[in-house]
Design a protein around this ligand. Sequence first.
Ligand code: AMP
Ligand code: MG
Length: 349
Amino acid sequence: MQTRIVKISGDREKDDRIIEEAGRIIKKGGLVAVPTETVYGLAGDALNPGSSKKIYEAKGRPSDNPLIVHIARLKDLETIARDIPDTAYALAIAYWPGPLTMVLNKKDIVPKETTGGLDTVAVRFPENEIMQKVIISSGGFIAAPSANRSGRPSCTNASHCEEDLGGRIDMIIDGGESGIGLESTVLDLTAARPVILRHGYIDKAMVERVTGPVDIETTATEKPRAPGMKYRHYAPKGELTLVSGEAEKTARRILELAAGHAHNGGKTAVIFARENAALYEGAKDISLYDAGSLNDEDTIAHRLFSILRELDEEECRYIYSECFDTPRLGRAIMDRLSRAAEGRVISAD
Ligand code: AMP
Ligand code: MG
């Protein structure tokens, strides 16, 4: 299959034609990668079981890992969800459009192919204007998981999508870089107390401000409530290890480990906070990846998936990363990094 890549130019008429075409493709059961404010999504018709099957195939995604349904009008929530609690509306007023996904009981119109066999549906109202227009032009309900091959880092620009899905989908809309760079917060609202299933840009304190106390799902369970959390995810091809501890000790440990790899020809890389750059200066046999300043956690979040992909391009075999325990997004960032590291964490002490 030939994948058309089309660029949003800012020319209103041309852009509208692209969006209309994307809508036509999706209505006919095809797939289009679309920019959103979190990461790029792979869009198909959420109410068409055949489209959802195609999404799973194109991504190589296990079929029990449900898709998020995207809407672009608040009233459409009631078409796909039932028993909607007041908290959902309060959260929608506070954070929609935006990077918050709410899990609710589903109505029959949503096929089980879309929800990975579950009786619940995850719903998000994204902020990105291109995505909103594509949703409307394709009928109002788009299933859109992250537009990466399953297990790979999510895509924050169109060339990442092409790398992973070129030849497998109908079209990629290039709308520039995704601003946030981390996937949405997933919040389960089907029990008495809300539960965060996946950390994201909307953190626990932001949810609690609206809903009161919130629980956090532990990912250690074998049958997590967000089925996607049990799968290997975000992993670069090289072996990523997280190193925790005080900055100087961490750098010393990482440089020792890198020196140990130098003899066998494996390329080593380190991901660090800008504040610690000097600790790695002049180091031999190690590629340096500056994730951004600890005072600017938005940038660290924004750069994370790109860095994980660059490490593959550079064929880094051993990768070490500092831990980024920043106040607001630290949890979401470390959730992605620890899954990319498949649990490999060592202490610098
Ligand atoms: P992605 O499509 O890559 O953004 O991942 C979507 C995440 O939302 C996965 O971790 C899914 O398991 C989770 N999710 C989607 N729908 C549901 C649902 N109905 N119940 C619980 N988790 C869900
Ligand atoms: Mg994903």
